[in-house]
Design a protein around this ligand. Structure first.
Ligand SMILES: [Fe+2]
Ligand SMILES: [Fe+2]
Length: 475
């Protein structure tokens, strides 16, 4: 079951050749996908040989094989984790019943919407990142960008497989739509706003892969609990790839900080102007990037009270993060949860039915997880003996969805006046000047083992290769 058949046009471990109609439909979609990759994928990279990992089985040990490949020849395919015998639904109103191997009619519309929304983010991030290859700070980083890109492409394949196999004509139309919408396109944008924003520089890329790919992790974890078994199995395998994306983000920010604190110590200064003159990214700017990416990403979890969230849970479509490890009744009727809102100029907590607050539950789990990396970044600063601490902004800061939408809250969680917000926003969120400065540092470094001045080399190479390995052959 877990072995992947690479002799077929579409590599897969789902016995695709036994379902000729489905195979034909996907083989019809495949050239459109490749056309999309050529048009909207990594800019100017078609002929590069890139040291990529390709899944060869879905076993936890050794599923990846490394080698130089041209990205348009990457073996995108369909890989599901093995099924669990007699798997039971373990939350919601159907708890204890057999997991679904097909889509129940009454949940078809909601499941399709969940799959399309998840699927839409995958090619969107490739589009958002398509120009970054032109300014990569090293071959090592360029390779990591491309690895993330090809795997997001495969995540799109995963969702398209579900649409084609289980949703008939509607599913095939949705699969076409996933290639037609484009990030930032005024007429036909991606579904979620954060995926229409630009990823203009490498600090943004690292923040995106740390914070926003982690949103992906939490959404996938919630879907890995689903009563719809094929969705649970495909998202479980996607999660193994997602871990690398977050590593790219965490280590990228960490190396940026490392280089900054090294220069701070060499020059014995924390003066922003002097550090910028020395070509590194000052810590207050890094804090503002964190504030931006953290706040934009937590909006992705949706409104703090949502009847859709309640429906998705009760009907078994989408669980909580680590649903199986929780010790409550997994039905949640009568339970409550605290959410925030602003009343009479104050931030207050109020208790609401937990089922309606499940977006908030997932957001809070995400926040706990994402703070871990910020602690690890602080250790780099501490080790260098520099008295500066990065923090996650308050959950209510700079929100655009739910009851906190548009409220003026400082990063430390105070309700502030419009005047204070306007006076301080330049200290809290990246300014045009910050972004222009970071952009000015971006320039492609292509020699193996060389790194741009603003970032430290990694501690180790990829797949035990040396740091100065030729990760990308430009041809
Ligand atoms: Fe993904
Ligand atoms: Fe990802």
């Amino acid at each position: 079951m877990s072995g992947i058949n690479y002799s077929e046009k579409i590599p897969n471990n789902v016995n695709l050749s036994e379902d000729r109609t489905l195979q034909r439909a996907l083989e019809h979609w495949q050239p459109n996908y490749l056309q999309w990759w050529n048009d909207m994928g990594p800019d100017g990279s078609q002929n590069f040989d890139v040291y990529l990992r390709t899944a060869v089985s879905v076993d936890p040990q050794g599923w990846a094989q490394f080698g130089h490949v041209k990205m348009p020849d990457y073996r995108w395919g369909i890989f599901l984790n093995p099924g669990e015998q007699d798997r039971k639904i373990h939350f919601g109103d159907h708890i204890g019943e057999a997991a679904w191997q097909d889509v129940p009619g009454e949940h078809r519309a909601n499941l399709r919407r969940i799959i399309v929304t998840q699927g839409d983010t995958e090619p969107a991030s490739v589009e958002q990142q398509r120009h970054l290859g032109l300014t990569a700070p090293s071959q090592y980083d360029l390779r990591n960008l491309f690895q993330v890109n090809v795997e997001e492409g495969r995540h799109l394949w995963a969702m398209v497989y579900l649409l084609h196999k289980y949703f008939g004509k509607d599913g095939r139309e949705e699969a076409e739509g996933l290639l037609e919408r484009n990030s930032g396109n005024a007429d036909n944008p991606r579904i979620l706003q954060a995926f229409n924003e630009k990823t203009p520089d490498w600090l943004s890329f690292f923040m995106f892969t740390y914070f926003t790919d982690r949103d992906g992790k939490f959404q996938l974890c919630a879907l890995a609990e689903s009563a719809f078994d094929p969705l649970a199995r495909t998202t479980k395998f996607m999660l193994t790839e997602e871990a690398h994306h977050m590593f790219v983000g965490e280590s990228g920010v960490s190396r940026t900080i490392q280089r900054t604190v090294d220069v701070m110590n060499q020059l014995k200064t924390d003066d922003v102007a002097k550090l910028r003159a020395a070509g590194v990214i000052d810590l207050p700017t890094i804090q503002r990037y964190i504030n931006f990416h953290f706040s934009v990403t937590i909006d992705l979890f949706g409104a703090d009270q949502s009847s859709n969230a309640a429906t998705f849970y009760s009907s078994g479509l989408k669980g909580r993060y680590e649903e199986g490890k929780r010790t409550d009744d997994h039905v949640l009727k009568g339970n409550s949860y605290k959410i925030l809102s602003v009343e009479d100029g104050k931030l207050i907590e109020k208790e609401v039915p937990m089922l309606n607050a499940l977006n908030e539950v997932l957001r809070d789990d995400y926040i706990t997880d994402s703070k871990g990396g910020i602690d690890r970044w602080n250790r780099v600063i501490e080790k260098a003996g520099i008295p500066f601490k990065l923090t996650a902004p308050h959950k209510a800061f700079h929100r655009n969805i739910g009851s906190l939408s548009g409220a003026k809250i400082s990063p430390d969680g105070r309700v502030v006046s419009e005047a204070e917000w306007n006076a301080k926003v330049g200290e809290w969120l990246p300014t045009n000047e910050d972004r222009a400065y970071v952009a000015s540092l971006m320039g492609r470094v292509v020699e193996p083992g060389k790194f741009a001045n603003w970032i430290a080399p990694p501690v180790m190479g990829i797949n035990r290769q040396p740091v100065d390995f030729d990760y990308v052959r430009f041809n």
